[in-house]
Ligand binder design. Structure first.
Ligand SMILES: [Zn+2]
Length: 320
């Protein structure tokens, strides 16, 4: 009897630990009910690593009448399975649709686990996102994330490629929920969609918005385009909530202003370098001095150097 009771307790404890998405020093990852039928899991806002298992984005769930719609499921198959277990705690409905905000694998690779459990799930993204991902971008991101986190096993062969193309101006009606799709030509990448979920008055900006962390601006991106996009969001009517690709979501000003301030300081610094015929690294210290509140952002120092170089390149191209 004693033995049975003990084994039950041990089994119970094991079940609890297996069922929690425990990310060590970053704590337990959970979906928060932020707004009516909207749930967001805020991953740690930092570079992918072994410690965070390659999970650092903000998977979001919108509960419809019959099923769940997911935005940016996460960074790999293994965390995808843990996220799925957390989804089960907020709703027993199936995941019927996924919208991927852009081509970077830290946002969409976890869709592999969702597709395994729900083979009929419909995955949406911009046509160009689908094309470049299939043409090698998915493999490139697999290699980057595997090197940083060592947790990509099971994610490839085959990648969870989106199969339904969406475009700028589309209005998606999925299970009674309405999503407006906006696609800037070139901002964080050239594959981005910004999504407005009407019922919860929430805007999902993908990596066109980050807070507490900086990421790369690759060759397909435009810092100038990203600034323009954020300024357009400020000109539009204010919504209830803004969800960045990485970092906490919140009201418009508190969530958007820090990243806009950062990008504007980078462009201003690059302008000085261009006018004074200086190298990007030569203006770094003066740009840093203008950003006292950003210096504890993850990757601040290393990304600032790269971003200044990128911004200078963009200004030089405008000049030609
Ligand atoms: Zn990205």
């Amino acid at each position: 009897m004693k033995k049975t009771l003990l084994s039950l307790v041990v089994m119970g404890a094991l079940t609890i630990s297996v069922n929690a998405f425990d990310l060590g020093k970053y704590g337990e990852m959970k979906f928060e009910n932020t707004n009516d039928n909207l749930f967001i899991m805020h991953g740690p806002a930092m570079n992918p690593s072994k410690d965070n298992e390659g999970f650092m984005n903000n998977p979001s769930i919108i509960e419809g009448e019959h099923g769940l719609i997911m935005i940016d499921p996460g960074g790999n198959y293994n965390v995808g399975k843990k996220i799925l277990a957390e989804v089960g705690k907020i709703s027993k409905k199936p995941i019927i649709a996924i919208i991927d905000t852009h081509k970077h694998g830290d946002h969409w690779f976890a869709g592999k686990a969702m597709k395994e459990k729900y083979p009929d799930v419909k995955i949406y993204a911009l046509q160009h996102m689908i094309d470049v991902s299939k043409a090698g971008e998915a493999q490139k991101w697999y290699d980057i994330l595997e090197r940083l986190s060592g947790n990509l096993s099971g994610t490839d062969k085959e990648f969870p490629f989106p199969e339904i193309a969406i475009k700028n101006g589309d209005v998606l009606n999925i299970d009674g929920q309405t999503f407006y799709i906006y696609s800037p030509k070139r901002a964080h990448t050239d594959t981005d969609v910004v999504i407005v979920h009407t019922q919860s008055k929430t805007m999902f900006l993908g990596d066109n918005l980050m807070k507490n962390r900086l990421g790369g601006f690759d060759e397909s991106s435009s810092i100038i385009g990203n600034i323009k996009l954020i300024e357009e969001v400020f000109e539009a009517p204010e919504l209830t909530r803004y969800v960045p690709g990485h970092g906490p979501s919140g009201k418009r000003k508190e969530t958007l202003t820090p990243y806009l301030t950062y990008m504007k300081a980078v462009i201003e610094g690059a302008k000085v370098a261009l006018e004074e015929d200086m190298e990007a690294y030569e203006v770094k210290e003066q740009v840093k001095a203008k950003l006292p509140n950003h210096q504890d952002w993850d990757e601040f120092d290393s990304q600032l150097s790269k971003h200044l170089q990128k911004a200078l390149g963009e200004l030089e191209q405008l000049d030609e």
